[in-house]
Design a protein around this ligand. Structure first.
Ligand code: SF4
Length: 258
């Protein structure tokens, strides 16, 4: 597993302690159109194809299965937050069901950890039973996925479907990564009953493009109404006195104890 850093300059993911990738590679091919017209590729794809080229020798679209990494969370004794598919999408249609079940079984055994799962293929979540220590999350839609540009109405439809699916998933923590917040999705989050949300700016390399302030405020109003905890990514420009880096962990633990 890889330790993550709070300090952005060390290129970590701020909202987790470790990343764990018993699978790697992804066929979703996400792309984001930036406000200035440039196109950002998926961060994991950039890492795989520009930095970790030996590990991802067959390219990022290839599916890698690493059973030797399965027991890593069991060796880590100190409770931690672990992002379990930072270099893939565990719910990707190409990931064999048996591999997903083996990974979820490790999460079940390592009950002292909190596992953070994120997917852009929400409907597949309904095929599995998740242990209570898996935070089941969906990502806001990109501009392009699997080679197809997503129109605004397709993105709205995708968010609606994601929220519908999350309502059916029986875990204490359901969450959404709104990273980037590229349009005002507040009306779609009414009654979403999320326990956690991560909000960030759009980025392309070192350049960040801020969401409109009223979009963030509208989203916060809706999330506050339903007591959703919010974590701001470090790339968001926001007044320091209103800064948020909250986690749902405490409530989650209380629910487990209760
Ligand atoms: S689903 Fe995630 S890992 Fe896959 S291409 Fe999209 S952003 Fe990258």
């Amino acid at each position: 597993m890889n330790k993550q850093y709070k300090n952005e300059s060390k290129r970590g993911i701020e909202w987790t302690d470790y990343t764990w990738n018993p699978i790697g590679g992804c066929q979703h091919g996400c792309r984001w159109k930036m406000p200035d017209g440039t196109i950002a590729i998926c961060y994991a794809e950039a890492v795989a194809e520009r930095v970790a080229t030996e590990v991802y020798s067959q390219g990022f679209a290839h599916h890698y299965w690493r059973p030797e990494a399965l027991d890593e969370p069991l060796k880590l004794k100190r409770p931690a937050k672990i992002f379990l598919d930072s270099m893939s999408d565990l719910m990707g249609h190409w990931v064999p069901e048996e591999q997903v079940r083996q990974i979820l079984d490790i999460c079940r055994q390592a009950s002292h950890h909190q596992f953070q799962l994120l997917t852009k293929n929400a409907p597949r979540l309904l095929q599995f039973d998740f242990p209570p220590n898996v935070w089941v999350g969906v990502s806001a839609p990109p501009s392009v996925m699997m080679g197809r540009a997503l129109s605004y109405s397709q993105q709205v439809k995708m968010v609606k479907r994601q929220i519908e699916v999350l309502h059916e998933v029986q875990v204490p923590v359901r969450w959404m990564s709104i990273e980037p917040l590229s349009f005002d999705i507040s009306s779609l989050l009414v009654d979403s009953k999320l326990q956690w949300a991560v909000i960030g700016a759009a980025t392309n390399g070192s350049k960040a493009y801020q969401p409109r302030q009223e979009w963030v405020r509208n989203v916060l109003d809706v999330l506050d109404e339903q007591q959703t905890k919010v974590f701001f990514k470090g790339n968001l420009d926001w007044p320091a006195e209103e800064w948020r880096e909250d986690f749902p962990q405490q409530e989650h633990q209380l629910m487990l104890l209760g």
